[in-house]
Design a protein around this ligand. Structure first.
Ligand code: FE
Length: 206
């Protein structure tokens, strides 16, 4: 707080009313962002594009601002409330002032009046469905011919920390791993693109 900035990935933000525009977001009380919103009484929702790299999702979704400055080396600007607007990978944003909040046990539901908003890029926003099913590797974006059985090199491996699936058919382009690279041939210093766990944290799928 003070001048410190933080952000996190929330899986759902929803509109409450349109006149005036009011939105709501549910935040886990253990998150640093929870403390920041409580104190500042403002928040900004930056809407990520479908093309957002997994490394970026990992930084905001699987790491805590208590351990790293998530805005380091990132393009951002401050909104009229002083909260940060993520410019990298964002299609647009909604800036809100908290007008109410509801305690829902592990989480708090913050309700905010939208005070500014802007479209930054003409691109498709990421949905939670797309993240779970496409980004996590459950459905390859392009579906190349899949040779079933007999080809152990093409076994998929699951990160036991975050659930990310390494699919050799897809590779990990964000880390320079070409499609067709078996898990065993990943470099030793390769880490989970989502949560940063090392290769030892992976188990063969199934
Ligand atoms: Fe992981």
């Amino acid at each position: 707080m003070g001048n410190r900035l933080n952000g996190m990935i929330a899986n759902t933000v929803f509109q409450v009313t349109s006149e005036p525009p009011i939105i709501a977001v549910s935040i886990n009380k253990q998150n640093l962002t929870y403390e920041f919103i409580c104190e500042s009484k403002v928040f900004i929702v930056s809407i990520l594009s479908k093309e957002t790299p997994m490394e970026f999702i990992g930084r905001f979704g699987f790491k805590s601002g208590r351990e790293l400055d998530k805005f380091k080396d990132l393009n951002y600007k401050l909104g009229i409330t002083g909260a940060p607007i993520v410019l990298d990978n964002s299609v647009g944003y909604l800036e809100a002032e908290v007008i109410s909040h509801t305690d829902v046990g592990t989480h708090t539901l913050f309700i905010g009046k939208v005070v500014s908003a802007e479209i930054l890029k003409d691109a498709e926003p990421m949905t939670y469905y797309y993240y779970r099913n496409v980004k996590m590797g459950k459905v390859p974006i392009t579906a190349p011919t899949y040779i079933k059985g007999g080809n152990k090199a093409m076994d998929r491996y699951v990160c036991t920390v975050c659930g990310y699936v390494y699919d050799p058919e897809v590779g990990d382009l964000d880390s320079g791993i070409k499609p067709g690279t078996p898990f065993d041939e990943l470099p030793d210093n390769w880490t989970c693109p989502v949560c940063g766990a090392d290769k030892g944290a992976f188990e063969k799928e199934g």
